[in-house]
Design a protein around this ligand. Structure first.
Ligand SMILES: C[S@@+](CC[C@H](N)C(=O)[O-])C[C@H]1O[C@@H](n2cnc3c(N)ncnc32)[C@H](O)[C@@H]1O
Length: 384
């Protein structure tokens, strides 16, 4: 869609069309609906309305009920921050006493909406005219104030009271890159801003040694998925590394306190990916009085059962043989037909092993295969 078509979509005629598409999609076939609407409306506008309606449906997962009123392009929706994560960041920024934020590369305004709702004065800068127009419309339809300017963020002035927020695009558009060299605006420019009052959203695969000195890196997961590494510029940094687990908001910061390394206890914990990526497994172990069965593997052992948002807990029901043949015999003796294997630090491909075991039986089971004090071990476990 081009900006002109988007403006037509925002006009009273476009809004009537969009409302009709929303009402009839799923009732009439796409083909039938399109053919009928093209008798009244321009084909380009019909196509834009149908696409917008489809994208609003897709956006529900990220934006909840707001999605039904917002505007998206396919790629801008893919790149936008899910609202739970944007809200967490915005609340943290507001709690620093900051009052204004300029979003340098605001896309369709996912983060911008959260900042505005957290009470911050917002401004967005976006190089793509259609996205800039959509960000502006999104603030308006959600009754939020804010100005959007279409320009290269590197040329945009930053006010003395403004915090700069940057969520750079990955050049491949899919956000899967691990390399800071693929970012737009470029990483060097972002890094320079982080020396002052700035916050940047980066890919969760960001290497620890890429985090600039004095900057805090916060790895964030949401409902079990690791979603980003958020870098807090020097004035906001309160730790070197942090893990935040949403929706609970439970967090950990690096303390570098060593924890014991010893054989497993009755309970094993699989830390959340935000805890693992931030390198805070020892810190997580300390929160439950636990220890590490292996200093290089992200499992935590404990004597007690804990419910913690920072990890998934398991009770060890039994130790099973690690080698394939006796493991098969042990599982057959328990009449296990459906097996889940979790593994860390051992050279096993769970799906292949499960296929080779050819299990038959009425019971389901979960086995953790890992290394403990240097040896391969297999544990039959139950979720806490
Ligand atoms: C990952 S998206 C931002 C998503 C946004 N945080 C959200 O939640 O909707 C990055 C945006 O930066 C924009 N961008 C890239 N380079 C830019 C530049 N030099 N100046 C301004 N915007 C730029 C891209 O067009 C893209 O829309």
């Amino acid at each position: 869609m081009d900006v002109e078509t988007f403006e037509q979509l925002l006009s009273p005629t476009g809004q009537l069309l969009l409302a009709e598409v929303a009402e009839r999609a799923g009732v009439e076939s796409d083909l039938g609906l399109g053919t009928r609407l093209r008798k009244t409306y321009a084909p380009g506008l019909v196509a834009a309305a149908v696409t917008q309606n489809h994208l609003r449906g897709k956006a529900l997962a990220k934006f909840g009920a707001d999605a039904a009123r917002m505007y998206f392009t396919h790629d801008a929706l893919e790149q936008s921050t899910r609202m739970s994560v944007a809200e967490h960041r915005a609340a943290r920024l507001a709690a620093t006493g900051s009052t204004s934020v300029v979003d340098l590369g605001c896309g369709i305004g996912g983060d911008l909406v959260a900042f505005a709702r957290a009470g911050l004065h917002v401004r967005g800068v976006e190089i793509d005219p259609l996205r800039a127009a959509m960000a502006s419309a999104n603030l308006r339809v959600l009754d939020l104030d804010g100005d959007i300017c279409c320009q290269d963020a590197r040329d945009a002035p930053i006010g003395p009271d403004e915090v700069a927020f940057i969520d750079p695009a990955r050049r491949d558009g899919r956000g899967r890159t691990f390399s800071t060299s693929d970012l737009q605006p470029p990483w060097d420019w972002v890094r320079h801003l982080l020396e002052g009052p700035a916050v940047a959203k980066l890919m969760p695969g960001l290497a620890h040694n890429a985090v600039p000195h004095g900057v805090e890196a916060e790895w964030v997961s949401d409902r079990g998925s690791l979603v980003e590494a958020c870098l807090w510029g020097a004035p906001f940094a309160t730790a070197t590394r942090r893990a935040t687990v949403l929706p609970s908001g439970a967090g950990l910061v690096a303390t570098r306190e060593p924890v014991a390394v010893a054989d497993v206890g009755p309970y094993l914990y699989e830390p959340d990916d935000a805890v693992i990526r931030s390198g805070l497994v020892s810190e997580m172990a300390a929160t439950i009085g636990g220890w590490l069965p292996d200093p290089h593997i992200a499992y935590v052992a404990s004597n007690d059962a804990h419910q913690t948002p920072l990890a998934r807990g398991f009770r060890i029901v039994d130790e099973l043989p690690f080698r394939e043949k006796p493991l098969k015999a042990a599982l057959q003796a328990r009449r296990v037909g459906t097996l889940t294997i979790k593994k860390r630090g051992v050279d096993i491909v769970p799906d292949e092993l499960i296929r080779r075991l050819k299990l038959k039986g009425p019971h389901t089971a979960t086995v953790i295969m890992t290394r403990v004090l240097g040896d391969g071990r297999a544990y039959l476990v139950e979720r806490l």
